[in-house]
Design a binder for this molecule. Structure first.
Ligand code: SF4
Length: 362
């Protein structure tokens, strides 16, 4: 099982596409690190915020999560570079610990969109220092909006040349971001840039990059308004812990569509919450969720679970690229793998082809 630990809603950045910074938690409201002892054994853990390094006790949090999880990766603005370097210095013999610095483009674009001068330089210098120290699992993460999809390709090249990881997302609306007006209006440009990213990823030698091409093909579908390629199983294969101790299925819910929590870890054990009636009700909500988020936290678990559907797409498109062709991002698949038929309904991407019949015959 995967988890995202939202350590705080405090954040020093002033991003245009996210209002978390405008709705901070009070330090006294945030869970104490000891609460994490209640979590079960986990596979992938994402430590996020707000800005996780704003917390004075971040090291206590990491110490517990490293015992619980196979892999622990920070999502950070990189603003507190000294604190980041200090922590990684201490844990440099833990290859399972990594970091993605959220960056919205090259220097000018990043600082404009994240509302802080010098943010890009801080992020880049942090990553370079971590690389110098020998930390392997480091890289940038970009959230694509109307304003920065060309920069995504430049940032990708920078990462590739520095041999770093590169995570992508497209902006979403949700309770978590306190944003409800994020809309991609220049769809053609954004789709073309994601398509180009898919082509470049598929040309790489690393299978990890080929699967990233699949994820980015899913982002094209999201931008075009299609149903999720793979079902959303939030709250089944993963969970989010918020700073107040609530266990949530995801960070994509919107109050006017639906919002629910499974329970609070301050009041119950994880097992009581996970197997309880409220969790059942939340999973019903997920099964009927009208949204079609495509964010790595809820996509990664289903890419692993339904890998037998993902691999043929990856192989077919890799083969096409080897033969001098292109990754097909025009015909987007929809894998009907036991999804509730009402999940994500109401949206329609004319380029999306249902793989239902193929699935039924297997
Ligand atoms: S699609 Fe999934 S991640 Fe998005 S709001 Fe619905 S349940 Fe949450």
């Amino acid at each position: 099982m995967d988890a995202a630990i939202i350590t705080t809603y405090r954040c020093p950045m002033r991003c245009k596409m996210c209002n978390i910074w405008n709705n901070p938690t009070k330090v006294s409201e945030e869970f104490r690190p000891e609460l994490l002892e209640k979590l079960p054994k986990l596979h992938d853990v994402n430590i996020t915020g707000g800005e996780p390094f704003v917390r004075d006790d971040i090291e206590d949090i990491v110490k517990i999560l490293l015992k619980k999880a196979d892999r622990v990766v920070f999502a950070s603005s990189g603003y507190f570079n000294d604190r980041i370097v200090k922590l990684f210095e201490k844990y440099k013999n833990y290859p399972q610990l990594g970091i993605r610095i959220s960056t919205e483009g090259l220097s000018c674009k990043n600082d404009e969109l994240r509302g802080r001068q010098g943010g890009f330089d801080k992020g880049l210098s942090t990553l370079l220092e971590l690389r110098r120290m020998g930390i392997k699992d480091v890289g940038f993460g970009i959230t694509v909006s109307n304003h920065n999809s060309p920069d995504m390709l430049q940032l990708y090249e920078l990462n590739r040349n520095l041999k770093m990881q590169f995570a992508t997302a497209a902006f979403h609306n949700s309770f978590y971001f306190h944003k409800y007006d994020n809309v991609i209006t220049n769809k053609d440009e954004v789709v073309a840039n994601f398509d180009e990213l898919c082509q470049r990823l598929m040309k790489e030698n690393s299978p990890k990059s080929w699967f990233r091409a699949f994820f980015n093909m899913g982002l094209i579908n999201y931008v075009q308004g299609g149903r999720r390629i793979l079902p959303c199983e939030a709250g089944n294969e993963n969970f989010f812990l918020d700073p107040y101790g609530n266990i949530l299925p995801c960070n994509g819910m919107e109050e006017d569509k639906w919002f629910d929590t499974m329970g609070n870890l301050n009041e119950q054990s994880f097992e009581e919450i996970w197997n309880g009636e409220k969790a059942k009700k939340v999973r019903e909500g997920v099964a009927h969720c009208p949204k079609n988020c495509w964010m790595i936290g809820t996509v990664s678990p289903v890419m692993h679970k339904y890998i037998k559907h993902v691999i043929p797409w990856v192989m077919k498109n890799k083969l096409a690229v080897i033969k001098g062709g292109r990754v097909d991002t025009e015909h987007i698949p929809f894998f009907h793998v036991g999804n509730n038929d009402t999940q994500g309904l109401g949206l329609n991407n004319p380029n999306q082809l249902c793989e239902c019949e193929k699935d039924k015959s297997e």
